[in-house]
Design a protein around this ligand. Structure first.
Ligand SMILES: [Zn+2]
Length: 227
């Protein structure tokens, strides 16, 4: 049954399911590779198996309302050459060596952020990870650089009916070209202050004109952040 590779979108096609255990709504799948002769990548001698390490991998892809837990039986190998003794753990392409989570899960987390109604908190809850982790995954895969400030920038708000706390997002544009320099999730000081102060002072001092409506906090940006 190698439809496991299709089912879980796994790249390793020599992976076999050696056990399936259903506990309530959770299916526990044990995955391993068939034992094959291993040769040392360093010296070419044969390697012997030092046993199997079990790793539990979070792979929350749901199928028919079941959640999956994957147990990986990872073989450990050691070179028989006494001058070498190189040892290695079997690796599986679909899971990073040091993480307890499949790569596919990370892509699902990134993809979940496409829905503007989602937050790190709601995504974290669904994938059973911490808020910080969800946010860190997003940052790792998605690079959202801002443009540089120019000598004339305009600031304005956009009404976002997303949550009660952040009703207005702040749009910063290059006044000459109209290019959006950045978009902040809120125009509140607790968002704008760390944002502007994180921009190097030399860059902020380049700004000679700030174009805005008569909203006092915007006018105050000139002395607060750009001076
Ligand atoms: Zn060796």
């Amino acid at each position: 049954m190698n439809s496991i590779t299709d089912l879980l979108d796994l790249e390793d096609n020599d992976v076999i399911i050696s056990n399936i255990d259903v506990q309530g709504q959770t299916k526990v799948l044990t995955l391993e590779t068939p034992p094959t002769a291993h040769f040392c990548p360093v010296c070419g001698f044969r390697m012997y198996s030092r046993g199997v390490k079990k790793r539990t991998i979070n792979h929350p892809i749901l199928q028919d309302n079941y959640s999956f837990v994957l147990i990986l039986k990872q073989r450990r190998w050691r070179c028989i050459n006494p001058d070498c003794h190189y040892s290695t753990n079997e690796s599986f392409k679909f899971v990073n060596k040091s993480r307890r989570m499949s790569n596919a899960t990370e892509m699902l987390i990134v993809s979940a952020y496409k829905d503007l109604m989602e937050s790190s908190t709601s995504i974290a809850k669904r994938f059973n990870v911490s808020d910080t982790f969800a946010h860190e995954v997003f940052d790792r895969y998605v690079k959202l650089d801002r443009l540089s400030l120019t000598d004339a920038i305009s600031v304005d708000e956009v009404f976002l009916d997303m949550d009660d706390y952040c009703k207005y997002a702040l749009v910063i544009q290059d006044f000459h070209t109209g290019d959006p320099i950045d978009l902040l999730r809120s125009r509140r000081t607790n968002v704008t202050e760390p944002y502007f102060t994180s921009i190097p002072i030399e860059e902020r001092l380049e700004v000679r004109y700030l174009i805005s409506d008569m909203y006092n906090p915007y006018i105050a940006y000139v002395v607060r952040y750009l001076f």
